[in-house]
Design a binder for this molecule. Structure first.
Ligand code: SAH
Length: 253
C-alpha cells in the first residue's frame, strides 16, 4: 500500500483531502472504532504509524461494518511518511501544552482547514493511548487541536477524540451533493459575464436606474457583483432571461 493520494481531483472536498493518522496505537479496538468514526462522517483515509497489532479481529469487530476503511488503511513506519504529501498537519493534544502555534478547539480548526483550499492534502494526527504525541511529533504540525473538556479530566478515549474531530470536519465541509453539483456546473465564461454586465447596464438605463452620463460607482460595483462571485453559466442565463423579460415588458408598454 502507498500513502499517495495524488489522484485526488482538483475540486476534492475537505473530507476527501483529509487523512486521519494514528501514531503507535496500542489497542486494535481503537483502530476499528476510529475507522467507524471516519466512515460515519464521510472521511476515508486512515494512516497507521507502527500500530502494535494490525490487522486484528478486535479492530474488525469494533469497525462494525467500516471494513473498507480498515482494508484501505495505510501502515507506515514513521510520522514523516504518514504526512509526506500533506501541506497542512494538525496535531491533537489532551493536555494543555505550550506550543508555538495555535491550539484551538476542533470546530475552529475545521473552519480554518476548510478555508485552506491551497493545500491538497491535510492530516490530523492522534497520539498513543498512554502518552499522546511527543514534542518531536508535534513539531511536524502547524496547528493543534484540543477538545475542550472538564479541567480535571481532559483525556478522551482515542477513537472518541477521532469521532469528535471527524464530526467537526463534516460540519465544516460543504455538503457532498452540493459540492459535486457545483463542481459539475461550469462557471460562466468571461464573454458571458461581459454580456450580462452590458445587458444589465442597458436595462438599468432604460428603467432610469442608471444614468449613463453620471454613472457614479454603479458600473464598478456591478462588475464586482457579477465578476467576483464565481457565477455559474446557468446562473448567468437566469439573470439574462430576467433582464430580457424586463425589456419585453417595457416594449409592451
Ligand atoms: N495521556 C495522554 C492522553 C492520550 S489520549 C496525553 O496526556 O496526551 C490519546 C489521544 O487521543 C491523544 O494523543 C489525542 O490524539 C487524543 N485526545 C484525547 N483527548 C483529547 C483532547 N481532549 N483533545 C484532543 N485530543 C485528544
Amino acid at each position: 500500500m502507498s500513502t499517495s493520494c495524488n489522484d485526488l481531483p482538483p475540486c476534492a472536498t475537505l473530507l476527501e483531502r483529509t487523512r486521519i493518522v494514528l501514531v503507535e496505537t496500542s489497542h486494535p479496538g481503537n483502530i476499528g472504532a476510529a475507522a467507524r468514526a471516519l466512515k460515519t462522517m464521510g472521511l476515508r483515509q486512515l494512516v497507521l504509524v507502527r500500530p502494535r497489532q494490525f490487522p486484528a479481529a478486535e479492530a474488525t469487530a469494533r469497525a462494525s461494518g467500516a471494513d473498507d476503511i480498515l482494508a484501505q488503511a495505510v501502515v507506515v513506519d514513521t510520522l514523516a511518511q504518514a504526512v509526506a504529501e500533506c501541506g497542512i498537519v494538525i496535531g491533537t493534544t489532551a493536555r494543555p501544552r505550550y506550543l508555538e502555534w495555535p491550539v484551538t478547539p476542533p470546530r475552529e480548526a475545521a473552519e480554518w482547514a476548510a478555508a485552506q483550499t491551497g493545500a491538497a492534502h491535510l492530516a490530523i494526527v492522534f497520539g498513543r493511548e498512554q502518552t499522546g504525541l511527543s514534542n518531536d511529533e508535534l513539531r511536524f504540525c502547524q496547528r493543534a487541536i484540543r477538545i475542550p473538556t472538564a479541567a480535571d479530566f481532559s483525556s478522551l478515549n482515542l477513537a472518541q477524540a477521532v469521532q469528535i474531530c471527524a464530526y467537526e470536519w463534516r460540519l465544516a465541509a460543504p455538503p457532498e451533493a452540493a459540492a459535486a453539483q457545483l463542481a459539475s456546473e461550469p462557471l460562466a465564461t468571461g464573454a458571458e459575464l461581459a454580456g450580462l454586465i452590458a445587458h444589465a447596464k442597458a436595462t438599468m438605463t432604460r428603467v432610469g436606474y442608471l444614468n449613463p452620463t453620471r454613472p457614479q460607482r454603479l458600473p464598478d460595483r456591478l462588475a464586482r457583483l457579477v465578476g467576483g462571485g464565481q457565477l455559474r453559466h446557468s446562473e448567468a442565463q437566469i439573470l439574462r432571461g430576467f433582464l430580457s423579460a424586463i425589456d419585453e415588458a417595457l416594449a409592451d408598454l
